[in-house]
Design a protein. Structure first.
Length: 101
């Protein structure tokens, strides 16, 4: 399993590098690393607004550092939502990609 801090250090951040942005990005990254969550569940866990989490997820996706792994009912909103993780060990293996290996 990769360490969350070493993976985050290699990010090429495309937003301004102010302290608040980096601090919140670190919080969001670490919470998604612990276990797969929706953005609203991440908001409830780390205290960063979901609107900001959307921006951080966009940055992490452009760097291939966060993975969409499923859609399910969110425990907070009770609506269907995307579930993300930053931990590469938690990505489910797609059976179709194994067919041709």
């Amino acid at each position: 399993m990769k360490n969350a801090n070493t993976s985050l250090n290699s990010l090429r951040i495309t937003q301004p590098k102010d302290n608040n942005f980096i601090t919140q990005l670190n919080k969001v990254y670490k919470v998604f690393f612990e276990s797969p969550k929706t953005m609203k569940e991440d908001d409830a866990k780390c205290g960063v607004m979901r609107e900001s989490i959307c921006r951080y997820v966009k940055n992490l996706r452009s760097e291939n550092r966060i993975y969409l792994i499923d859609k399910r009912i969110c425990k907070v909103t009770k609506h269907i939502a995307a579930v993300y993780t930053t931990n590469p060990d938690l990505i489910p293996i797609n059976k179709q990609t194994k067919l041709f290996k």
